[in-house]
Design a protein around this ligand. Structure first.
Ligand SMILES: *Cc1c(COP(=O)(O)O)cnc(C)c1O
Length: 344
């Protein structure tokens, strides 16, 4: 079989959730949007619910339906995009809680699903989603009467602890929600690390559950082993891969593994990472192709059957650094061609 093997450690996800929960005195939700950051929203949600998570968040109502099917009735599933046209049936059928972002969304919600629970997302300066301060001021009294399930906002710079934006948004959130009788939530992973003042009643970590920065102590949750399709020896002066970008300076053993940028191993990673064989680093040579990567295994005593791309020496953020991106993108790009094995 030429497919790569992705091993997803659900117990590591649960341990990360517990570690983030232990940093606060409040409730900890789980953000499982984008198919659980690529790991699988169903298995991740079920594992976290068993560990005690009671609130989950997704980006869209469609994702919410998937998570509801996995979880069954009970846990709250919040939808960051709110109540869009066409969402009504899904929100009702799957008991989703839209985080309303605008006056239009609020009207749509109370007209189409009167009495159905909802939350509000407020804009505290990021200017991405949420009600602006003026709209909120006009709406607030009516809104409060409707007993929202949650009032939330989102930090733009939480991964930079010293950024002045953090305190600015904290103050704005406090001002906009002062005296309100509803649970409040401001922080995702980065905000949890900013300390108690940012925690309010509920935190909403995503990336930290899955092994990504800015949660430095998070456990890695994915391992990716790629089968070796072919090996060969190249002589000094021979080149490897598209564009002849690597030339052997000495006799070298090259292994071709099955996975490439079509599997989310971003071409921009270039040759800046090594794969691993039982802990021995084997550098990438030449360009990453769509389905193939060529790797220098000269240092190994024998040709391996597999080389490890994630796990052993490599973290999600190491691949991200090499590609000039963030761990979030590496995780959410994890390929659909891999076989997936979940460790409970
Ligand atoms: C994605 C997202 C989160 C989770 O963020 P992480 O940085 O992955 O912890 C929380 N809240 C909102 C509104 C989001 O969009």
């Amino acid at each position: 079989m030429a497919t790569g093997h992705l091993t997803i450690d659900l117990s590591a996800v649960v341990q990360n959730w517990r570690a983030l929960d232990a940093m606060t005195g409040c409730e900890t939700a789980a953000v499982v949007k984008a198919n659980g950051y690529g790991l699988g929203a169903g298995p991740v949600s079920v594992a976290l619910a068993q560990a005690g998570a009671r609130r989950f968040f997704v980006a869209t109502a469609e994702e919410g339906a998937t998570v509801r099917k996995a979880l069954g009735a009970g846990p709250m599933i919040g939808v960051f995009s709110g109540h869009m046209e066409g969402d009504t049936d899904r929100i009702r059928t799957h008991d989703l809680i839209p985080m309303l972002n605008s006056v239009d969304q609020m009207l749509r919600h109370v007209e189409s699903l009167p009495g159905h629970r909802f939350g509000f997302q407020l804009d505290t300066g990021m200017n991405r989603l949420g009600l602006e301060a003026e709209d909120w001021a006009a709406l607030r009294e009516i809104a409060e009467g409707l007993q929202p399930a949650l009032i939330m906002s989102h930090l733009a710079c939480a991964d930079e602890p010293d950024h002045p934006m953090n305190l600015q948004q904290l103050q704005q959130f406090r001002d906009m929600t002062a005296g309100i009788d509803a649970p409040r939530s401001l922080s995702a992973t980065g905000g949890i690390l900013l300390g108690h003042a940012f925690h309010f009643d509920l935190t909403r970590p995503g990336v930290g559950l899955y092994g990504g920065l800015p949660f430095e102590d998070s456990l890695q949750t994915v391992r990716l082993d790629l089968p070796v399709i072919q090996t060969r020896t190249v002589a000094p002066g021979e080149t490897v891969g598209y564009g002849n970008t690597w030339t052997a300076g000495a006799p070298s053993r090259i292994a071709t593994v099955s996975a490439g940028y079509a599997d989310g191993l971003l071409r921009a990673i270039g040759d800046r990472v090594a794969l691993f064989a039982d802990g021995v680093p084997c550098p990438i040579r030449g360009r990453i192709s769509m389905d193939l990567i060529t790797v220098d295994i000269t240092g190994l005593a024998a040709d391996p059957d597999y080389l490890t791309m994630l796990g052993d020496g490599n973290t999600v953020d190491m691949l991200a650094d090499a590609a000039g991106t963030i761990g979030y993108e590496v995780l959410t790009s994890l390929g659909r061609r891999y076989s997936r094995n979940y460790i409970p």
